[in-house]
Design a protein around this ligand. Structure first.
Ligand code: FES
Ligand SMILES: [Fe+2]
Length: 417
């Protein structure tokens, strides 16, 4: 249980709030690069700030104030040019550093018009593994961490976004919540398929460990032992707002205090006989969350998670909860945030930030599926493993995979539709 004041500290993300300041110190995934292939301008709201993301014709990414520095028109209705984005109201041209490059009327009528003071807010953007990451904190920006899976080859990658109607922190608490797998995904999943009874193997033992880039949780369920990778390796609640499960990442990116952008990046190694495989473009798609009646879609794994997240309310009221031993990881994670707030207030840099370019190049994380993803298996081996076979059959994480993404996947894997 938390006091209302401490709950606010964990959940408020606007500029100047403890959490808002902390999250701004880390690169945040905000879009798929392929989203800009059609329309090169996308509106984004991040931690309460309204912005536009764009790719100019020179291939540079920009993330600037949604409102024009001239008289505040909506830059989303502008257009991109070789060196920036131009407002459609009076034609001011702004670049990715926020500099105003052109003011057409002034440029025509005065000999040397100064543009000093007409800069707009601008944040750095970097592309990695098909994702666009933005940094909203004080400069100089730290290195963008290149997690090891971003360097893997011979894989089919896809990015799935979802607009989740609740605060980011309850989504992130789900990253360190092993027991929910048994109930939400296994037992509830089975009930929805008609089972009568709780059929899932029970959790028998949990362990949570802290490291620089977050927390590792480990578990033993009925039918498993401490020799199992779920215990010897575990999964990662990635600091500060991610989740890493071996073949995919999820991030819970705050849109504002009451909304979250769920960003998930998936990797699936192609069967050995399909190598070498080079994916030219990482597709990005948006998962719909509700059916036509307004009820949440419950058929897919992350859609089920979202039922839990949004079900806790726009901002979960943690003054009314009852934490037990299954929630030790949640307490550890909250504790680290409170410690980091204090460290930041004392002028220190929060943990897990990388300043060395060398170190940032390829960061390994505990991974239960490393061989599968780095060495690969044959199609025949896929067929022998029930989980892998299922992954080939359908995309189970998010509802609504577009037919063209499925087609690209089928083609990459060399299987029939
Ligand atoms: S408001 Fe954008 S150029 Fe005038
Ligand atoms: Fe889940």
């Amino acid at each position: 249980m938390l006091t209302a004041a401490r709950n606010e500290m964990l959940t408020r993300v606007g500029p100047g709030t403890p959490m808002g300041e902390l999250l701004r110190r880390y690169w945040q995934p905000i879009a798929g690069a392929s989203e800009l292939d059609g329309n090169p301008i996308k509106t984004v709201r991040l931690m309460g700030e309204d912005l536009v993301l764009y790719r100019d014709r020179g291939g540079r990414y920009g993330l600037i104030d949604r409102h024009c520095p001239h008289r505040r028109a909506d830059m989303a209705y502008g257009w991109v040019e070789e060196t920036g984005i131009r407002c459609s109201y009076h034609g001011w041209l702004v670049d990715q550093t926020g500099r105003c490059l052109e003011q057409p009327y002034e440029d025509t009528t005065s000999p040397k018009p100064s543009k000093a003071g007409c800069e707009t807010k601008a944040y750095p953007v970097k592309e990695c593994a098909g994702l666009l990451f933005a940094y909203l904190g004080p400069l100089p920006a730290p290195e963008l961490p290149v997690w090891e899976p971003f360097t893997w080859r011979n894989g089919f990658r896809e990015i799935v976004l979802a607009d989740v109607p609740c605060n980011w922190f309850q989504c992130q608490e789900n990253s360190i919540d092993p027991v929910h797998f048994e109930w939400m995904h296994d037992n509830w999943g089975a009930r929805m398929r008609g089972a009568d009874g709780n059929v899932a193997p029970k959790h028998l033992k949990l362990k949570f460990e802290a490291f620089d880039h977050g927390f590792i949780y480990k578990r033993v369920r009925e039918g498993q032992s401490e020799e199992d990778r779920y215990w010897t390796v575990g999964r990662v609640a990635l600091w500060p707002n991610g989740f890493y499960l071996g073949s995919h990442f999820e991030w819970r990116v705050p849109v504002d205090d009451e909304n979250t952008l769920s960003v998930a990046w998936f990797f699936m190694r192609v069967p050995k006989d399909r190598e070498p495989y080079v994916q030219e473009r990482v597709p990005t798609w948006i998962s719909p969350l509700q059916d036509e009646t307004g009820r949440f879609i419950t058929s897919h794994v992350i859609n089920q998670d979202i039922v839990a997240w949004a079900g806790q309310g726009r901002i979960a009221d943690r003054t009314k909860e009852h934490l037990r031993s299954s929630d030790i990881g949640i307490t550890m994670m909250r504790g680290r945030f409170f410690e980091e707030f204090e460290a930041m207030a004392a002028g220190k840099e929060p943990g897990g930030i990388i300043r060395s370019a060398n170190e940032a190049q390829c960061i390994a994380l505990p991974n239960m599926a490393r061989e599968l993803n780095t060495e690969g298996v044959t199609l025949a081996e896929f067929d022998k493993d029930p989980i892998l076979r299922q992954r080939l059959k359908e995309f189970r994480h998010h509802y609504g995979q577009p037919a063209e993404v499925r087609r690209e996947f089928v083609e990459a894997m060399g299987i029939s539709g």
